[in-house]
Design a protein around this ligand. Structure first.
Ligand SMILES: Nc1ncnc2c1ncn2[C@@H]1O[C@H](COP(=O)(O)OP(=O)(O)OP(=O)(O)O)[C@@H](O)[C@H]1O
Ligand SMILES: [Mg+2]
Length: 306
């Protein structure tokens, strides 16, 4: 069961939109996909469920915040208890595959602060033990689910806080949506360095700690997928191409596929609770967008299988 985190420090680059459509298309192709919303903004959650439903049925004790909180209260429960299939998408999938969700909560911000206080210790040994314990919490939680899903996708917030780090430690691969502009691409190389700064000490502590049952980790970049591309004659416009080329020149893996900008289709979800790739609109622009999403998902599967 590969675990893939969707990350970019830059906000608004299409992480959540990419995650939702990737999951929906994979489910359409017959996969059992688990989506985990790890962003306190909860955009992924609200692209599948109505706020009223969330308030009534999920907010109190059915979000990933409750799961993190359960460690502090001393009664951790399995993540499995939080998993459900959003209804609109389930209907649309019509029994092909499955799309499951663990929803988020605004209060996840506080979880981050609290996890940060749990790092450290009176001695170096204690500090290393708490570093491992805190960072591999999610990895351990997901291990119970290996037989239930073909893939786990984690939508991360635009930061590198402790919660995001728990996602990286749990991940086999990192998917990086980016806009072809200066700031978005600048952040990608920085992300790669930050990944190393987490993985190296983590593995060093695991190796040093003889009593530890932990295993070393190796989350690697699956690739950069460029989103919100402006298109002219079916190609990215000339001002955007240099940023795509530059990213490749840095030695970063870049998807051949890309996704165009379309404010009408992506902006206000045309059909509530169903990602664009499953909405089934009339042909024309919609068909171009769907083709691009499908090409991306095919390439995603190929890269994951490599
Ligand atoms: N291809 C696209 N064309 C046009 N608009 C898009 C496209 N993809 C996403 N959007 C819109 O851009 C905004 C940001 O997208 P999204 O929420 O996916 O980004 P994000 O990286 O997850 O943001 P955040 O960092 O806040 O979590 C949303 O309003 C979304 O509907
Ligand atoms: Mg997002």
């Amino acid at each position: 069961m590969p675990v893939v985190s969707v990350i970019n420090y830059k906000g608004g680059v299409g992480k959540t939109t990419t995650t939702a459509n990737l999951a929906a298309e994979l489910a359409w192709r017959g996969k059992r996909v688990l989506l985990l919303d790890l962003d306190a903004q909860a955009s992924l959650t609200f692209s599948f469920v109505q706020p009223d439903y969330w308030n009534e049925h999920l907010a109190e004790d059915q979000t990933i915040k409750s799961w993190f909180d359960s460690f502090s209260s001393g009664t951790p429960f399995p993540i499995e208890q939080l998993i459900f299939q959003p209804e609109r998408t389930r209907q649309r999938l019509d029994g092909r595959g499955e799309l499951h969700l663990v929803s988020s909560h605004l209060g996840l911000i506080n979880v981050d602060l609290e996890l940060a206080t749990k790092l450290g210790g009176a001695t170096l040994k204690q500090a290393k033990t708490s570093f491992l314990r805190v960072h591999q919490r999610l990895k351990n939680g997901l291990e119970d689910l290996v037989d239930d899903f073909d893939l786990v996708l984690i939508d991360c917030p635009p930061n590198f806080n402790v919660v995001t780090k728990t996602a990286i430690v749990a991940s086999d691969k990192i998917l990086v949506p980016a806009k072809p502009d200066y700031l978005s691409t600048l952040g990608i190389d920085y992300l790669r360095r930050n990944l190393n700064d987490l993985v190296e000490p983590f593995n060093e502590y695991v190796t040093m700690d003889n009593d530890s049952k932990s295993e070393t980790i190796d989350p690697t970049l699956l690739g950069v997928i460029f989103t919100m591309i402006q298109v002219q004659s079916q190609q990215p416009i000339s001002t955007q191409r240099p940023y795509m080329a530059q990213t490749k020149a840095l030695g970063l893996p870049v998807f051949d596929a890309w996704i165009r900008e379309n404010k009408t289709l992506f902006g206000d979800a045309p059909e509530y609770g169903v990602p664009v790739v499953l909405t089934g609109q009339s042909p024309g622009t919609y068909q171009n967008v769907v083709n691009e999403l499908e090409e991306f998902v095919t390439e995603f599967q190929e890269r994951l299988d490599e």
